[in-house]
Each structure stands twice: as structure tokens, then as C-alpha cells.
Design a protein around this ligand. Structure first.
Ligand code: DX5
Ligand code: ZN
Length: 232
């Protein structure tokens, strides 16, 4: 199921992934319906442990609850100090892709290999100050790279353009890698990220602070498509 979901993510790209950080947790079923109606095809789940990042969100019960009510692939962003301690429970809860931070572990390649053994897609994330050289060892064993355009930990931060150069280099050197960007993505920044070669665009505030998720998706899609047309 999970590897099929990875293919579904590839097929959906370029795609806008709502980040469930600012969602209405009191009405997750309603939120799922509104997001699907707006055009969401993949969900991004931000798991924070209050240790790797100074913020605390949610864990397996929310992932499992969402899994019961949607068929959309669940792209789980682990902002936690010990990703391997929770990898298997996350897969059991229904995660399709598990992304861990290169800054969190001693041996990123071994971590990626252990996650891959669980049968899910593997992603590796890096914060704005972390160079892409830190990924080289594990790129052959990961499915996607999550380039952070803010410091992991909170929604609503300002986009850091250092992410664009990383995307350009990765796109050029690894044409088949799924590239994802996360942080400060809005109708202005999404076009820049698309032009830099990004496939998956994680969006929190620009969707959840909008009165109408459908309109938010339309604005983001239009800006993404305009960037593609400008490339032609
Ligand atoms: C930040 C999270 C993001 C965040 C994005 O640590 O990984 O997914 O929710 O939110 P915005 O779009 O508001 O920057
Ligand atoms: Zn995220």
C-alpha cells in the first residue's frame, strides 16, 4: 500500500500538500472533506516532539484517525530527535512516507535504510542552515528530499530563499528525486520554488488562514502554473 502511495504522490505532482498544523483538530472529518473538495490529493502531517524542535504537536493517534477517514497518501514530517523509535508505530498508524531530519541522527543513511525496510517511502529533510552536502551519502536510498524554507518548528514564518538554490542543485544532479519544499509557501513564493524544480509544495498558513480553501488552492495553482509557462 505505502509504495503504491508513493507512486500516487509522483502521479499527483506537482502538488500542493496542506500541512495539518493550523487545521481545526476538533473537526478533522470536516477538514478532510473541505480539503479534498478544494483539490488536495496528498496530506502533510507535522509531528514535533518538543525536543528536536521547541514545539509539540501530535503523534500516532491523529495519523491513525486521519487514515480511517481518507485515502489520500499521508506524508509524515518527523521533527523528532529519535525517528527510528517511532517509525514502525507511524507506519502501523498509516503513514505512507516518513521524512526525518538529517540534523537529528548520527547516521542518516542507516536511518533511511531502516525506514525503507518498513515498506514506506523515505524522505530526508534539511533546515535552511544545513548544506546539501550533508545528504550526499543517503540520497541513493531516499525517495524524496524535503528542503525547509523556514527553520522547522512553527507555521507562519517568513520564506528563506536559500531553499531555492538547494532545489536547483538537487534537481540538476538528481532528476528522479521527488523534491518538496516546506515553509512560507504562498502565491508569491510557490512560483519561485516551481521554477527551481520543486515537485511538492507544503502549505500551512496560505490555506488555513484563507476563508475558502478552494480559492486558496486556485491561487496557489495559478501561480505554480504561471511559473511553468514562464519556463517554456
Ligand atoms: C514547519 C512545518 C510546516 C509548516 C508550514 O516546521 O514543517 O509544514 O506548517 O506552515 P506555513 O505554510 O505557515 O509556513
Ligand atoms: Zn512540515
Amino acid at each position: 500500500m505505502a509504495k503504491a502511495s508513493l507512486q500516487a504522490i509522483r502521479d499527483a505532482s506537482p502538488a500542493i500538500l496542506p500541512s495539518l498544523l493550523l487545521t481545526d483538530f476538533g473537526d478533522l472529518k470536516g477538514e478532510l472533506a473541505r480539503l479534498e473538495q478544494a483539490g488536495a490529493r496528498v496530506l502533510h502531517l507535522d509531528v514535533m516532539d518538543g525536543h528536536f524542535v521547541p514545539n509539540l504537536t501530535y503523534g500516532m493517534p491523529i495519523v491513525e484517525g486521519l487514515r480511517r477517514h481518507t485515502e489520500m497518501p499521508l506524508d509524515v514530517h518527523l521533527m523528532i530527535s529519535d525517528p527510528l523509535a517511532y517509525a514502525e508505530p507511524m507506519v502501523k498508524a498509516g503513514a505512507d512516507v516518513l521524512t526525518f531530519h538529517v540534523e537529528a541522527v548520527h547516521d542518516p543513511r542507516a536511518t533511511a535504510e531502516r525506514i525503507a525496510e518498513l515498506g514506506v517511502g523515505v524522505g530526508i529533510a534539511l533546515n535552511p542552515e544545513t548544506p546539501i552536502g550533508s545528504l550526499v551519502d543517503c540520497l541513493p536510498v531516499v525517495d524524496q528530499v524535503l528542503v525547509m524554507s523556514v527553520d522547522a518548528g512553527f507555521g507562519g514564518q517568513k520564506f528563506n530563499p536559500v531553499a531555492l538554490e538547494k532545489l536547483r542543485v538537487l534537481r540538476q544532479e538528481y532528476p528522479d528525486l521527488l523534491l518538496e519544499i516546506d515553509g512560507g509557501i504562498d502565491p508569491e513564493t510557490i512560483g519561485k520554488a516551481r521554477a527551481a524544480g520543486c515537485d511538492l509544495f507544503v502549505v500551512g498558513s496560505a490555506i488555513f488562514r484563507h476563508d475558502d480553501y478552494g480559492v486558496a488552492f486556485k491561487e496557489l495553482n495559478a501561480a505554480m502554473t504561471a511559473a511553468e509557462d514562464a519556463e517554456l
